[in-house]
Ligand binder design. Structure first.
Ligand code: HEC
Length: 78
């Protein structure tokens, strides 16, 4: 789901595209809460949509944790 829906803008390998790279090397320095906010509410004035209507808080937290741990980027290359 993340690769499909997020990958359409962030790149299928999450290296970045229309949106910035979501690889762990880059987002490791960003606070978890900041990333959760970005996914939940989107970024007004940019193509990043708010995901609150589609994903639950739990799902968003899970995605952010997976992104930080690198799990999602790795599962992509399998
Ligand atoms: C329609 C295109 C689009 C889709 C789909 C999309 N994003 Fe984004 N995303 C963006 C753009 C563009 C930005 C940069 C916004 C900005 O300039 O601040 C962004 C920013 C972000 C950021 C903040 C990164 C940072 O460094 O501040 C995160 C985290 C993020 N997206 C996660 C996701 C996740 C997770 C999904 C899937 C649930 C997703 N995005 C789907 C376009 C998209």
């Amino acid at each position: 789901m993340v690769q499909q829906d997020c990958g359409s803008c962030h790149g299928m390998t999450l290296k970045g595209g229309l949106g910035p790279s979501l690889l762990p090397e880059r987002i490791a320095i960003l606070p978890e809460q900041y990333l959760i906010e970005a996914v939940t509410h989107g970024r007004p004035g940019t193509p990043m949509p708010p995901w609150a209507p589609i994903l639950t808080d739990t799902e968003i937290r899970w995605i952010v944790e997976q992104l930080k741990s690198g799990q999602l980027a790795q599962s992509q290359s399998d």
